[in-house]
Design a binder for this molecule. Structure first.
Ligand SMILES: [Zn+2]
Length: 176
């Protein structure tokens, strides 16, 4: 039935980002249109994200506007306990029947920010750039990706570091 779909509009402003209190984005103005469709056994949530966030420029470390656009889908099912099964599937406790979409909206925004973000040419803080020299703002940043990969590998020796979400998943599997 048509009436089983609803659209919600959100405006996420500085106050929203302050409440979320996560490091990647602390200010911005982002519009989110959330369409919720009730399916037979689940809910389909479609997020359309559009706006601008303030991030620090990689070159001069001044604040800059970064535009973000994103389209994301989330499937929500009712179950025994909260769990994030896959990137786009979330189980929420049937007896509560509520999902806090704020964190998901934040995550979609954070993921929409390009890894490298710099001011448009000529808009950097020149004074800062001179102080920092070419350390941060060299045109060839080939080394960065490599370093990051190495860091991730560090956890491999000895104990395996398990993402807490996988523990939840494991618990679900153990019950079977
Ligand atoms: Zn800059």
């Amino acid at each position: 039935m048509q009436s089983d779909a609803y659209t919600y509009e959100f405006t996420l402003d500085d106050q929203f980002f302050a409440l979320i209190d996560a490091p990647e984005v602390q200010k911005g103005e982002v519009y989110v249109s959330l369409n919720v469709k009730k399916l037979a056994q689940s809910f389909e949530l479609n997020f359309q994200t559009e706006g601008t966030v303030k991030v620090l420029c990689d070159c001069c470390l001044d604040e800059m506007d970064q535009s973000v656009h994103s389209v994301d889908r989330l499937i929500v099912k009712l179950g025994d306990e909260y769990s994030e099964e896959e990137d786009d599937l979330v189980i929420i406790p049937a007896n509560e029947g509520v999902i806090d979409v704020a964190w998901f909206m934040y995550e979609f925004i954070a993921l929409a920010i390009p890894i490298k973000h710099v001011h448009a040419e000529g808009e950097c803080n020149k004074e800062m750039n001179e102080k920092l020299g070419s350390l941060l703002c060299s045109s060839s940043n080939d080394g960065e990706g490599y370093l990051e990969t190495e860091n991730h590998k560090m956890g491999d020796d000895g104990e395996t570091v398990i993402d807490p979400r996988w523990n939840e998943l494991k618990r679900l599997l153990d019950n079977n």
